[in-house]
Design a protein around this ligand. Structure first.
Ligand code: MN
Length: 498
């Protein structure tokens, strides 16, 4: 769904979830503002049994003049848009409307359609609004209150940016021009005295599982940012490598993960724990996630959240392999030789973007990769928008450059950032085509279980694959190890007939 698809309606009500948090208010306000500007008759509302009392929320609303109304009744509007929530879910009061649209980042199993934009790979609804406003051509930075509200929405819904994963969210933090004074004020009005007590009580009830060097903490329902504060405190204990803090929140459970060990990153563990029942992600050391109550109860009907977490974490600790690019022993016996199928890919020389020797970050879906530009470093663009660095020598063996520009439609348009100057540079406008050589070979085998691969490139962390995904080595350069998802492997490679 595009915002412009809704321009055919004139009488619009934007509704955010009950007990609104900063992300609900920020994203709802942005959508309100967009329709106001396009000349619509629009209102911003919330309902439920509580009116907003938290001081940071009251400051946000009054300083940005957000016309948020508390209502208990609504005259059937022409269009009702629920933002940061989904119509019919338990955390949003149900009002009748002629037409219903939704913008949300919670994973309830619902997918996007012509009246819904659901992106559960984003940490906040503010990010979705940012992306939708950008593609509608709206100049967000010309509207400082909107930019500030979106920035604070992402900040608060991502535990102070620790849970962001998507490159678009990293761009959003770099790009938004927000009111710095107001954000500073809000950052220091996050909690109240009751929440201080909640945090203290949660800490004293910490469960420690020595065999995993893991601390599990349940907190009473509170601002989810408290969970992060508790985790930041507990991870400093000498015998704790991982902390998982959680509590009940509207529609499910909120979890917060901290890690101080390189072998288990917080973002990966958060993803692992929530994979089937919600969504999760973030950074190497700090991450978080959400477990949807309906999916949880359906899949684990007789399980308490604590026993579920311990079960999942035990399963995780018990069952993964680690492969490093510089492992001396490689088990060649099981590997089979494959050849690349012919196909068109995109590439660009790093020196086409920046001068040689520039420190730059390639912003990929798997994180930022740091490289230094030079004649020997190229950047590849895969079929589904994946982007990664490649050495010229390996490129020359695998691909033949073609004299044509490369085009592609991606959810995220890949960028490279000049670290010194902080400049963003899009890759696509300068990308060229190349043809994969069918004489380039790899050695590969399916993974037998969950595996982490530490590649030669300086990625944030490591690559992970599940049983069935393919572990691949470039033939003749076995330090070049990587993973390919089983779903695309057969499109890219075929068995070598020797
Ligand atoms: Mn949200």
């Amino acid at each position: 769904m595009q915002l412009s698809d809704l321009n055919r309606f004139n009488e619009i009500v934007v509704q955010i979830h009950n007990n609104p948090d900063a992300d609900a208010v920020g994203s709802g306000f942005a959508i309100y503002r967009y329709f106001k500007k396009t000349g619509k008759n629009v209102r911003l509302i919330y309902s439920g049994s509580n009116i907003i009392k938290k001081s940071n929320m009251l400051i946000l609303i009054s300083e940005l003049d957000i016309p948020l109304e508390y209502v208990t009744e609504l005259n059937k509007p022409e269009l009702l848009i629920t933002v940061d929530c989904q119509y019919g879910q338990g955390n949003v009061a149900c009002f009748e409307a002629e037409n219903i649209a939704m913008i949300d980042h919670h994973n309830t199993g619902k997918l996007s359609d012509s009246m819904a934009e659901i992106r559960s790979n984003y940490a906040s609804a503010s990010t979705i609004c940012y992306a939708m406003l950008q593609s509608a051509g709206y100049d967000i930075n010309a509207d400082i209150p909107m930019a500030t509200a979106l920035y604070y929405g992402l900040y608060m819904d991502s535990d102070h940016f620790s849970e962001i994963g998507h490159p678009l969210e990293r761009d959003m933090i770099d790009f938004l021009k927000y009111d710095k004074g107001l954000i500073l004020k809000l950052k220091h009005a996050n909690f109240n005295m009751d929440e201080l007590v909640t945090a203290g009580e949660a800490i004293t009830s910490t469960k420690y599982l020595e065999r995993f060097r893991l601390a599990i903490v349940e907190a009473a329902p509170c601002d989810p940012n408290i969970l992060g504060v508790i985790g930041d405190f507990i991870i400093q204990v000498d015998t704790v490598d991982i902390s998982v803090t959680y509590n009940k929140c509207s529609g499910g459970y909120k979890i917060s993960v901290r890690s101080c060990t390189a072998e288990i990153t917080a973002n990966e563990l958060a993803d692992y724990i929530t994979k089937e029942v919600g969504s999760g992600g973030g950074h190497l050391d700090k991450a978080g996630g959400f477990i949807n109550l309906d999916s949880f109860q359906e899949k684990y009907p007789s399980c308490s959240p604590e026993s579920y977490l311990i079960k999942k974490i035990g399963e995780y600790y018990g069952g993964y392999d680690v492969i490093r690019y510089n492992d001396k022993e490689k088990d060649y016996g099981k590997l089979q030789k494959y050849r690349k199928k012919p196909g068109i890919f995109g590439y660009i020389k790093s020196t086409d973007l920046f001068g040689s020797g520039t420190e730059c970050k390639i912003r990929t879906l798997d994180g930022d990769v740091l490289v230094r530009s030079g004649e020997d470093i190229y950047i590849m663009l895969g079929k589904s928008g994946e982007v990664y660095p490649i050495q010229k020598e390996i490129f020359d063996g695998k691909y033949t450059p073609l004299d044509a520009p490369f085009t592609g439609e991606y959810e995220y348009r890949p960028t490279v950032i000049n670290v010194t100057e902080g400049k963003h540079c899009e890759i696509l406008p300068k990308a060229r085509q190349c043809l994969s050589n069918t004489d380039s070979a790899i050695l590969a085998r399916p993974l037998e279980r969950y595996t982490k691969v530490f590649t030669k490139w300086n990625y944030d962390g490591y690559m992970v694959g599940d049983k069935g995904d393919m572990l691949c080595y470039t033939f003749g350069n076995e330090e070049d190890v990587y993973l390919t998802e089983c779903s695309i492997f057969d499109d890219l490679y075929e068995k070598d007939e020797i």
